[in-house]
Design a protein. Sequence first.
Length: 255
Amino acid sequence: MSGRALSFGAIAEAYERFRPGYSVELFDRVAAYAGQPVRTALEIGAGTGKATRLFARQGVSVTATEPDGDMLAELRRHVPASVRTTQAAFEDLRPGETYGLVYAAAALHWTKPEGRWLRVAALLEPGGVFASFGGPIHLADPVVADSVRTARAPFLEDDDIPSPDGTPPEHAMQWPGTELRRSEWFTDVQQSLVERRLTMGARDYVGHLSTISAYLVLPAQEREQVFGRIMRVLPETVELVADVTVHLARRRSGQ
């Protein structure tokens, strides 16, 4: 797992404070696709438990895995007691117990591509569901967005995470749906969007930026400089487009 993937632990409290949670609409989307009650689930890279809480509160028995001890400690402060937790990277999970659902919330891109889908399939019951969901948060006002790009340009050209398999953003099917379609282990790959709009104060928006890996890996002095430059060009509050792209696939029963 890359250093950028493990850069979040030091800011676990900020991650919990500034990253948005997930709506019941997302759970409903997954449940409708499953077509039967989702009783057990394994989460890959659970972070501070934003998605863990959503599924656990809908009655799912969730096992949350997370490689970073600080993130996992923050998760344990917020999730129901029924949630099982394990400090482990996805690649270190050993096949054994299987689940009706395996999911990743804005975390799958940190996993190693080699053998990824075989490992996911080994954790799923035949016919079980895999779900991956997340997406970048963008400033809704193009003028404000342009001002922020200009402010950060001396330090950072882009703060988005590029597509892991190079799929252009204009393609109808995005990663990981592209890989799932090619995998022998999965079928019925679907992609959909859960719309999400947010309003944040300027300081909270900069707080959110402080949890994004592109900023976290900057030297501390540069990070403070870029946040100061961004803060100076922001209005008092900002409107954000924070749509959640959902990918769903089913483990082939015959595999």
